[in-house]
Design a binder for this molecule. Structure first.
Ligand code: GLC
Ligand code: CA
Length: 561
């Protein structure tokens, strides 16, 4: 079952600072706001906070474009505020995981300012510059935020690579000086006492030499180049170097964000004898409701696919690595809207999804507001949206002649601003997030869905999450038990077991608004059973060989075998 460590036993809570809590009325969440709410998080039971970037940034991509890695973004506060936050967290026995965004920097970073000046500038090779090919971009790669991944720069008559926005030039990891800079800045924060890093798109730092063209797509000007920049040839070397030079010197937790990773690769990234990372964020379960052409091209999710993917990851890393568990974050739609029902069965389905996820093997991540069942949002006008990925896609598709209402539909279902609307604290104006004008509109449902309503309501999603987190603390099997899928072909029930010694957890979730009968496979025998948690009233003595699951019902039994 692998070694026992604190980061396997922890629950992580992700904060997107811009949208969490504003204390000075400028409409933007800030560090003081987080400090103010630490007791709320402590009460919930979270162990680790992952803070999305709080470094100096022109905010082209809300802090994921860093212009100074050692300074705090002015809008969020000062270094003193940050130190106070860390101090207050440690006082409460909570740990802090910082975001590390080093696949790219901001174009306003001093390194890039220097780099673009001349071809012989000492910082030139900090970034990836190439001359044009036949008067065009050096290759056909498409940016993840639409358009070409290359930007022409007149000053030196060359192009620079940007996998994301043109204000996010990719750093050149082939250059040992760049790697040294990164290790130094990591050490800077670790020496201040932080407890880990979440590493932004870290599996994109090694590009295939020569940067070959991607496979052209019909009717499209640019091609996806992922196979040449994800999980590239020097990935393990770079991570092992980073581990030797920095990570191994501290007792910390690391998670690498890795689009396009599969379980075999993840074994290598997270294997305990490999000295790379503790866990990765994989995306396979996030791609099941999209067409192969990308996230905006929708298709309905089939539960069978979710079972297959999740099981592949649960089994794939068993004893060989470690999973991170998530159903939403600042880049994804709200989970209750996506996998549950944000209407009639809002309460039940939010609890069901929490149960489904928290009983799996891996470290669970809660995204701010998830513990309240916050939902997706539908703003009437594109003007109300702020996210660069969304806005670029809208523009590109509009220019390509797509129907605006169809584009808006994709945004309602998949847009990142769904996750970024301000945290809903109470019923007062702007949900108690700010006394000013919020940088992004509040979800109009804040009067029904907010923290103040839920904290003292024993039947709330918040209190259900509290119980889920507590189960992890009080039952070793929740952390270390091995996973097995039941009923692989059932179209609406997701059932699995966890096994440790002579104990088993039986986790049964109905992913549908129709009732359905669960039948326990005969292979599962037991001497005694105990209901650990459920989102409906249940007769504790009722039999489990066969029972009806109500809409979005979830139950967890602990069996002695
Ligand atoms: C990651 C972040 C996302 C950001 C992108 C570029 O995917 O989670 O928010 O836009 O990297 O840094
Ligand atoms: Ca503020």
């Amino acid at each position: 079952m692998g070694n026992k460590t604190w980061w396997k036993e922890s629950v992580v809570y992700q904060i997107y600072p811009r949208s969490f809590k504003d204390t000075n009325g400028d409409g933007i969440g800030d560090l003081k706001g987080i400090t103010e709410k630490l007791d709320y998080l402590k009460e919930l039971g979270v162990d680790v906070i992952w803070l999305s970037p709080v470094y100096e940034s022109p905010n082209d991509d809300n802090g994921y474009d860093i212009s100074n890695y050692r300074e705090i973004m002015k809008e969020f506060g000062t270094m003193e505020d940050w130190e106070e936050l860390l101090h207050q967290m440690h006082e409460r026995n909570m740990k802090l995981m910082m975001d590390l965004v080093v696949n790219h920097s901001s174009d306003e970073h001093e390194w890039f300012q220097q780099s673009r000046l001349s071809k012989d500038n000492p910082y030139r090779d900090y970034y990836i510059w190439c001359p044009g090919k036949d008067g065009k971009e050096p290759n056909n790669w498409e940016s993840i935020f639409s358009g070409s991944a290359w930007q022409y720069d007149e000053q030196t008559d060359e192009y620079y690579l940007h996998l994301f926005s043109k204000k996010q030039p990719d750093l050149n990891w082939e250059n040992p000086k760049v790697r040294r800079e990164v290790y130094d800045l990591m050490t800077f924060w670790l020496e201040k006492g932080i407890d880990g890093f979440r590493m932004d798109v870290i599996n994109m730092i090694s590009k295939v030499p020569g940067l070959p063209d991607g496979e052209p797509q019909e009717g499209k000007k640019y091609a996806p180049g992922g196979q040449y920049y994800m999980n590239g040839p020097r990935m393990h070397e770079f991570l092992q170097e980073m581990n030797a030079q920095v990570l191994s010197k501290y007792d910390i937790m690391t998670v690498g964000e890795m689009p396009g990773v599969d379980p075999e690769q993840a074994q290598l990234y997270t294997g305990e004898d490999r000295n790379e990372l503790n866990m990765v964020f994989q995306f396979e379960h996030m791609d099941l409701d999209s067409q192969p052409t990308g996230k905006w091209d929708l298709r309905p999710l089939r539960l069978i696919d979710l079972k297959e993917t999740v099981t592949k990851w649960q089994k794939g890393l068993e004893d060989k690595g470690w999973n991170s568990l998530y159903l939403n974050n600042h880049d994804q739609p709200r989970m209750v809207s996506r996998f549950g029902d944000d209407g009639e069965y809002w309460l039940e389905s939010a609890k069901m999804l929490g149960t489904f996820l928290h009983m799996m093997q891996g470290t669970p991540y809660i995204y701010q507001g998830e513990e309240l069942g916050m939902t997706n949002v539908k703003f009437d006008s594109i003007e109300d949206y702020q996210d660069i990925e969304t806005l670029n896609m809208y523009k590109e598709r509009l220019e390509a002649g797509k129907d605006p209402s169809e584009i808006m539909h994709s945004i309602y279902v998949k847009g990142r601003d769904n996750a970024r609307t301000p945290m809903q604290w109470d019923e007062s104006e702007h949900a108690g997030f700010t006394t000013g004008k919020p940088w992004l509109k509040v979800n109009p449902n804040y009067k029904e869905i907010n923290a103040s309503k839920q904290v003292n309501d024993p039947t709330s999603i918040y209190n259900y999450y509290k119980k889920l987190i507590d189960l992890r603390k009080t039952h070793e099997i929740v952390v270390y038990g091995s996973y097995d899928l039941l009923l692989p072909d059932h179209p609406t029930i997701y059932a699995y077991t966890r096994t440790l010694g002579d104990e088993k957890l039986l986790v049964v979730s109905n992913f549908s608004k129709e009732s359905s009968t669960f039948e326990l496979p005969e292979s599962i025998t037991y001497r005694s059973k105990e209901l650990l948690i459920g989102n409906y009233e249940v007769d504790e003595n009722g039999e489990i060989e066969e029972f009806d699951l109500r809409p979005y019902e979830a139950r967890v039994y602990k069996l002695k075998v």
